[in-house]
Design a protein around this ligand. Structure first.
Ligand SMILES: Cc1ncc(COP(=O)(O)O)c(C=O)c1O
Length: 472
């Protein structure tokens, strides 16, 4: 046993709540600990942490939430967890899992439509470790395409300000310039602003279906026209909505076409580990043809370790995740995905209807499964403070201030939508006369308005990341 209670109140809250329950290891124990003891600890902490979202009060994060579903996926995972997909002679099943996951995802996103535009095209792709890596790979494709075929040495990507920060991160890693343009009052890409931002160095455009902050779907049809007219690539970030919106469309909701039915769409990222209901750690990047995919591959014919070829950023990758992702998609089936989409949209519709009766809360843009909320009358972070006190965990937004509720299957449990609306109504009343002058949940967001403030925030975030690697 080590640690003490005084350490619990750091600037970032208590990052080590288990320090007094289980030994803190700062070196490998001299004698191995009994698996039963380790598992007893893990089972206790996992159960405690699962209880935070099981009630349905947590936005996003947990997309399925069924323990039986997870137990099934974990069995599939366990059978291949130790296998390395780089060594296909050892596990040809990995070729089946990955190939079929990509084929099923491509079909869901109307990959067949590319042949109508060019019979030689065939949607293909790769499995990555998550949305960020799928976006990274797409950005790599565009950078290489620009350099190798167009002689563009300083490629630029134009995207709306709502594009996920994984694009900023990829641009940072890959030496690309990401040009972010303002969005309209409806929180979707302003296509004219994007067109005006195109320069001779522009190689691709990007839009979301839907974006992380508001869930709104960019006008991909117009971006497709623009991409074709200017001979640019077009990436659609479907990391969040890609596995849900196709089913929402089938249910008859008005979902603008964002997939390969748009002739200018050259790549789509789509996360199996979100609404694909697979385990955490996989996503799919789809490309319009193999020619584009080749820009993503890495080969080393001259390495002392032998011939090396890898399709994505990862080197060794777990056969377990591929098996579990494949198992999730096959087990869900179209009927399972449709039923999940119906339940999610039904819950989102009831929450939207409830919010309509709270005049102080404004919904950001035209929403589907994710509801962005703002207020011109009360401080939305006071509202959030109250919701936090009632056990809700929304996601905070900034520039402008807001919160969002991303509806997943745990929220579809009976009563969750109604409880949320009730608590939101009381939260607004609280925000009219809050106990504290400054809301706790929005304390840091004010800083992001100025460059000095942003520098200060970056320092705080560095300190936070360091703190997350501490042991006690
Ligand atoms: C729209 C969108 N794009 C990309 C990502 C990044 O995905 P990941 O966190 O899996 O890397 C997210 C994550 O929430 C997202 O919502």
């Amino acid at each position: 046993m080590s640690g003490n209670n005084d350490a619990s109140s750091g600037p970032f809250g208590d990052l080590h709540p288990y320090r007094d329950e289980f030994k803190v290891y700062t070196q490998i124990p001299e004698h191995g600990v009994e698996p039963a003891e380790i598992l007893a600890f893990l089972e206790r902490t996992a159960a405690a942490e699962d209880s935070k979202w099981e009630s349905g009060k947590v936005s996003g994060t947990i997309y399925h939430g069924g323990h039986e579903h997870y137990a099934f996926l974990n069995r599939a995972f366990a059978l291949y967890a130790h296998a390395n997909l780089l060594q296909r002679d050892m596990c040809p099943s990995g070729t089946k899992f990955e190939g079929e996951v990509i084929a099923m995802t491509a079909k869901m996103l109307h990959g067949d439509a590319v042949k109508e535009v060019n019979p030689k095209d065939e949607v293909c792709g790769a499995i990555t470790s998550g949305g960020s890596e799928s976006i990274f790979n797409a950005m790599l494709v565009y950078r290489e395409w620009a350099q190798r075929e167009r002689g563009i040495e300083h490629p630029e990507i134009v995207a709306p300000s709502t594009i996920h920060t994984a694009f900023q991160k990829s641009a940072h890693y890959l030496g690309l310039k990401l040009v972010r343009t303002p969005v309209t009052a409806d929180f979707v890409a302003d296509v004219d602003a994007m067109a005006a931002a195109i320069t001779p160095n522009t190689i691709a455009l990007a839009g979301s279906a839907g974006n992380y902050a508001y869930g709104t779907i960019d006008p991909i049809a117009r971006l497709s026209d623009l991409a074709l007219a200017r001979n640019l690539g077009l990436h659609v970030d479907g990391c969040l909505g890609g596995f849900l919106l196709p089913w929402v469309e089938r249910l008859g909701y008005d979902v603008p076409i964002f997939d390969f039915r748009q002739p200018g769409v050259t790549s789509i990222s789509c996360d199996t580990h979100k609404y694909g209901y697979a385990l955490k750690g996989t996503s799919v990047i789809l490309l319009r043809n193999e020619h584009l995919r080749h820009f993503q591959y890495f080969t080393a014919p001259d390495w002392a370790g032998g011939l090396y070829a890898s399709p994505t950023f990862q080197g060794s990758r777990s056969g377990g995740l591929a098996a579990a992702t494949w198992a999730a998609m096959v087990a869900m089936g179209e009927d399972g995905y449709l039923a999940a989409a119906r339940a999610i949209m039904n819950t989102a519709d009831r929450i939207r209807a409830g919010i309509a009766s709270i005049p102080e809360i404004r919904i950001a843009g035209k929403t589907t499964f994710l509801i962005g909320m703002m207020s011109d009358e009360v401080d939305i972070f006071h509202v959030n403070d109250y919701l936090i006190g009632r056990g809700w965990r929304m996601n905070g937004l900034q520039l402008p201030p807001g919160i969002h509720f991303c509806i997943t299957l745990p929220q579809t449990q009976p009563g969750v939508a109604e409880r949320f609306v009730e608590d939101l109504r009381t939260a607004v009343a609280y925000a009219r006369d809050p106990q504290q002058e400054y809301p706790q949940s929005g304390a840091v967001y004010g800083l992001s308005a100025t460059l000095d403030g942003q520098a200060m925030l970056s320092d705080i975030m560095l300190a936070y990341l360091d703190a997350t690697y501490g042991v006690e």
